[in-house]
Design a protein around this ligand. Structure first.
Ligand code: RI2
Length: 320
């Protein structure tokens, strides 16, 4: 698939979900590298950089996307010839896609252990990682039931209930605003993540923070299922995660909107749940308290504060 085609599909959410968009971007870079003429290393690098920038710009919140692109583009770093640059990109993209899929399987194994026989679980949006935990618990013989939210405005809940239904898991489908009404019937909340910041806050589909707040009030544990490449290295140096605001017509038809000149539609796609509302984050490296996010960023993504010092020449020593 062409890079522009993939970028367009990600933007329109034809390809969606933080893990899926990361793998799609890696695949697009790999195919692009294969298609590029390899006569000149600098031109090859420049073209790859343009493609990478285009993909990263499609959706600003899910950090899995720039992380995946960064991992793949590192294949260009020490290349001496266009052919070795091409090989580097293809090899890294393949490895990323495989490890990403494997990570979801590992998360399923770890996450399922946190689900007990007889549990009722609430999930919000459509997270491959969160659903993998739920499906694995069911597969291992636990008798579970799920509440799944509708997820206005894009209705990702429909994808979730289809998957749960196909797995044979008894599921209740509720509108987003019904979460608090049902939270006392729930034993556990399991959700995914688009980004995890260094202080353990989780950026996920709009409404997640309300779900987590309700769960906290009702003393229901909240588990986040997130691969390590969803942790956001640049939050170490104080960068904030940009919250994508999507078009108004996802919420209200243009016709109705035009008839209401004093009304502005706001459509943020994500919100931020503070670490205090999250019990554990299940990654492929293990289940961690949200406060340990820095360890994942440093040990698994290779970005410690020192790397930022090197990269941005941040001077921590005060000159006399
Ligand atoms: P997985 C999705 O974003 C949802 O917010 C979901 O919770 C998150 O990505 C993680 O999904 P969107 O693309 O990677 O629907 O676990 O906006 O599939």
């Amino acid at each position: 698939m062409l890079v522009t085609e993939t970028a367009d599909k990600i933007k329109r959410m034809e390809i969606r979900g933080a893990g899926r968009i990361a793998r799609a971007a890696a695949q697009a870079l790999s195919e692009y590298a294969q298609s590029l003429p390899a006569d000149d290393l600098d031109t090859f690098r420049d073209k790859m950089k343009e493609a990478a920038d285009l993909l990263v710009a499609t959706r600003p919140t899910a950090v899995s996307l720039p992380n995946a692109v960064h991992i793949v583009m590192a294949g260009l770093e020490h290349a001496q010839t266009p052919d070795s640059a091409r090989e580097g990109v293809i090899q890294r993209a393949g490895t990323f896609i495989d490890t990403s899929r494997h990570a979801v399987e590992q998360i399923a194994q770890i996450g399922a252990r946190h689900i007990s026989d007889g549990d009722t679980i609430l999930t919000h949006c459509n997270s491959e990682a969160a659903l993998a935990c739920i499906i694995e618990a069911h597969r291992s013989g636990k008798d579970i039931e799920v509440f799944a939210t509708e997820v206005r405005p894009r209705n990702q809940g429909l994808v979730t209930i289809r998957t749960l239904n196909d797995a044979g898991i008894p599921t209740n489908f509720i509108v987003d605003s019904a979460v608090r009404s049902f939270i006392n019937d729930v034993d556990l909340v399991i959700i995914g993540a688009d980004a995890v910041t260094v202080n353990g806050a989780v950026v996920n589909k709009i409404g997640t923070s309300q779900v987590a707040h309700s769960a906290s009030e009702a003393r229901v544990n909240v588990i986040v299922a997130a691969e390590t490449y969803k942790f956001a290295p640049r939050t170490i140096i104080g960068e904030l995660i940009e919250i994508e605001e999507r078009p108004a017509e996802e919420v209200l038809s243009m016709e109705v909107a035009r008839s209401l000149p004093h009304v502005t539609v706001r459509n943020p796609a994500f919100d931020i749940t503070p670490a205090e509302y999250i019990d554990i984050i299940v990654t492929e490296a293990g289940a961690i308290p949200p406060q340990m996010a820095y360890v994942i960023i440093k040990e698994y993504l290779g970005w410690g504060i020192e790397e930022f010092h090197k990269a941005f020449e941040i001077n921590t020593r005060h000159e006399e």
